[in-house]
Design a protein around this ligand. Structure first.
Ligand SMILES: *Cc1c(COP(=O)(O)O)cnc(C)c1O
Length: 461
């Protein structure tokens, strides 16, 4: 299996190199050179980890042997607290939730990052290499990335977060991990300041090379690949075709669903749910892909305006022409508006994607409604999906991806229902655990000095 860049100017690579590279050197994202046919019919009756290994094998190719891939899947999904790993739960006669939040940090990002951490450690070990992962987080991604790599021998991770601007649960999920390769930094600044510091560290070529800087952000192909699995297991369990409704930020999760369908899963179409940050809804519903300012909502992990993974769909829409995709994105960056031809929309969007925007009031109403009707508590991200699914659900059974555990966003859930969701047992003592973090000014030199001081990547000071 070979991978090509969506911007057409990078050499093609195998799976392990794509995993370690993240972003392609031409600024594009890696996609398989050809979409494989997945063994969709062969997974019935298999436990989730075994199904995952079988479904991902065509994407991994010869870079990992089957036994290693199966072992890494077993280890990754043993960290989940439900025997089905991603259970389907029925909400009404034709609406299901696909619960993706039973992993260690209570958000769907665990499904991918538990595996990606282990893949990194395995490949780096084989190559006798060591990397330093740096990242910025506003909450969910940082804790999932930390949990996915904690204890790994061949990598260190340093996560920057804006001091005082994450929820206490989110901060403690990062700062209470006691592992010699995990480091967190409270930056005196905003999330954007943290992201700028990370970008500046990558832009400093000397620093980047000295410490073998790496990233595990949402554009990494291996994260998308790991998410393809639950679209296949859920749609085949329900003997599809089904509609999936996906609460969306970076478009990574819904793109994984599109790939599952492209590679043979019985999926009819997708409903994209957004909150007030609705660039994707405006695009799908009316062809308007133009950026606006990000507004804070009750579903902060969807407070995004530029959905980085959309580039992979755009590449398909352009007939896999990397030059055309790169040019389109250049124009988007300079004008804030992405222009897509009417016939491209008809071919690629209509019939495949529908979209709805669900604001905070409606999010609270959906949390209350689901609680009143079923007794279940759902988180605000999931609630945007449930609202969109109720509005746009059609002929097929509809499955909404439940992307976070309600206890991760207890304030909104309590406001809607009067019930404060309890943390699961493994986190019940989160507020008693000691925190390990350092506070630094919003200053590149100070952050670089810290990263170099904790990195175990062999380097000269
Ligand atoms: C990251 C996240 C999302 C958005 O997922 P994308 O893949 O970025 O579209 C939705 N809900 C929760 C809880 C998340 O953490």
């Amino acid at each position: 299996m070979r991978y090509v860049s969506t911007r057409g100017e990078a050499p093609d690579l195998g799976f392990a190199d794509v995993l370690l590279a993240g972003l392609a050197p031409d600024g594009g994202l890696y996609v398989p050179a050809e979409w494989p046919e997945l063994p969709v019919g062969s997974i019935s009756g298999l436990p989730y980890p075994a199904a995952a290994a079988r479904l991902m094998a065509p994407f991994v190719g010869d870079d990992l042997d089957d036994a290693t891939l199966a072992r890494l899947c077993d280890e990754s999904y043993a960290t989940f607290r439900h025997p089905a790993v991603t259970p389907l739960v029925q909400v009404d006669h034709h609406h299901w939730l696909l619960e993706l939040f039973h992993g260690p940090t209570l958000a769907f990002k665990d499904v991918a990052l538990q595996l990606v951490g282990r893949l990194f450690d395995h490949v780096l070990g084989e190559r006798d290499r060591h990397v330093t992962i740096v990242g910025a987080t506003s909450g969910d991604t940082g804790s999932a990335a930390i949990d996915g790599v904690a204890g790994c021998e061949h990598l260190d991770i340093v996560i920057l977060y804006p001091a005082g601007r994450t929820s206490e649960v989110q901060r403690r999920q990062m700062t209470t991990v006691d592992s010699p390769n995990v480091h967190t930094v409270a930056v005196d600044g905003t999330f954007d300041d943290c992201q700028d510091l990370v970008k500046a560290m990558f832009a400093d070529a000397g620093f980047r090379e000295r410490l073998n800087l790496s990233a595990v952000n949402s554009i990494n192909w291996a994260r998308v690949m790991a998410q393809v699995v639950y679209y296949v297991t859920a749609s085949t369990a329900l003997a599809g075709p089904v509609t999936f409704c996906v609460p969306t930020g970076n478009f990574g999760n819904v793109l994984a669903g599109w790939i599952a369908r492209r590679c043979g899963a019985p999926i009819a179409d997708f409903v994209v749910a957004s909150n007030r940050n609705d660039i994707l809804t405006r695009f799908v519903a009316g062809g308007d892909m133009s950026t606006r300012d990000v507004v804070p909502t009750l579903s902060p992990s969807m407070d995004i305006q530029v959905s980085s993974n959309f580039e992979r769909l755009l590449f398909e829409m352009n007939g896999r022409d990397g030059g055309m995709t790169a040019e389109q994105l250049r124009r988007f960056r300079s004008t804030g508006r992405l222009d897509v031809e009417a016939d491209q929309r008809r071919e690629w969007i209509e019939g495949s994607f529908r979209a709805a925007r669900v604001d905070d009031d409606e999010t609270l109403e959906e949390i209350a409604r689901v609680h009143a009707e079923t007794g279940m508590l759902i988180d605000p991200h999931t609630a945007t999906g449930v609202g969109a699914a109720r509005r746009l659900g059609g002929a097929h059974p509809i499955v909404t991806t439940a992307t976070a555990h309600p206890a991760k966003f207890p304030d909104a859930v309590e406001r809607a229902t009067g019930v404060r969701p309890a943390l699961p047992d493994h986190l019940a003592d989160l507020f008693e655990r000691p925190e390990r973090t350092v506070s630094l000014p919003n200053d590149l030199a100070a952050v670089q000095t810290f990263v170099a001081s904790v990195s175990r990547t062999p380097h000269t000071p």
